[in-house]
Write a protein that binds this ligand. Sequence first.
Ligand code: ADP
Length: 422
Amino acid sequence: MMNPVSWLIFILICAALGCIAFIVWRKWIAPWRQVEDVITQIGRGERPRTFLMEGSAPAQRIGFQLEKIVGDLERRQKQIAKRESGMQTIFSAMQDALLVVDSNRRVILTNQTFRKLFDAPEISVATPLLEIVRDPTLDRLLTDAFRGDGPVRCELTLDASQIELHAVATRNESGEITGALVLFHDITELKKVDQVRRDFVANVSHELRTPLSILRGYIETLLDSPKTPREELTRILRVMERHSDRLELLVEDLLTLAQLESGNPNLQMGTVDLSSFLPEMVRDWEKKLTRKQLNIIVDVPPDLSPIRVDRTRLQEALYNLLDNAVKYSREHGEIRLNARRREGEIELSVSDEGIGIAKDDLPRIFERFYRADKARSPDKVSGTGLGLAIVKHIAQLHGGRVEAESELDKGTTIRVVLPSAM
Ligand code: ADP
């Protein structure tokens, strides 16, 4: 049996042990549990509510350090996100499609243009490229790029588009090839322009060659037979004159076209009163009109206010239209030269009752050198095929456009539409 004093001592010892245990728990166990919780939360990618550790000074110091580390980490993450979104903005603004693959031909990066081009709205990282594009040309290009001898290029046809591909190997810090970057540039328009240029050169050469070879042929004839009878000589000289006229016309039209298409067409804008300008212009045509007994009607509303145009260029355009109207009219036909105001526009038109233009030809008559069936023209006239291209250019230089309407064997109307406020 314990006496009361022993009980008291026992209780005091227990209380002392309890106090010690409490102090040890508060100072040495609780703070490290807190540290453990905080680290677990950081590990899960969460931001701990507090970094304040109760009790032990070392645990508190660790709390401060952890707060600093988390702060740094957050700042860095923000920087990375900002950089990433900047890169994404650049990539999505790129007109060219972009592809980065690793050396196993798995996709690392693509931009929006690439995904649109290959109709793949979502491409996850590490997708084998073959699952998106199955093209031997791209395959070969990558093989060449992986050799690491510098940038390589090739062309690819995708539906109706021509694509130029540029690829270069990507390397890590120690210089080993890690993959390749490929840029896809759409060159369809460039190719078209190039084709137009080639056609133009071919057409010019062809157009020049015909009269030149005829002239050369006759010159040889004259040299070989100096005693050609006078009558025959006159006939030959007339033919030569016709062909040299044609050559001159062609060169003139080519020069006009070249100037109109140059960056500096040098328009001399001025005020033109159509109600006096058009009748004046028609007066120069009397001879040609009477030769074919053509009747011309000029129709300009008297209240039509003057327009601002380059007078000489406008005259040139209407001259070409009248020239066609006369050329493609039958004898005793009628030609109308109209001017009228449309909504915010001025429309000038030349109509005839001539041979007309076939439906298939109509959309192409403003192309350079395009000529509809020559055999159908009344005088078997051969123009240069540049007249309407010149008209179109003049209209466009004034901010306007051209329109054509025609029915075979009934007649043709060509309109030059100009903005009225210039
Ligand atoms: P061209 O010098 O051959 O007349 P253009 O460029 O002026 O060249 O015209 C292109 C083609 O459009 C002509 O060859 C002709 O076939 C057709 N064309 C133009 N105007 C008329 C018209 N008023 N009537 C019939 N055909 C026309």
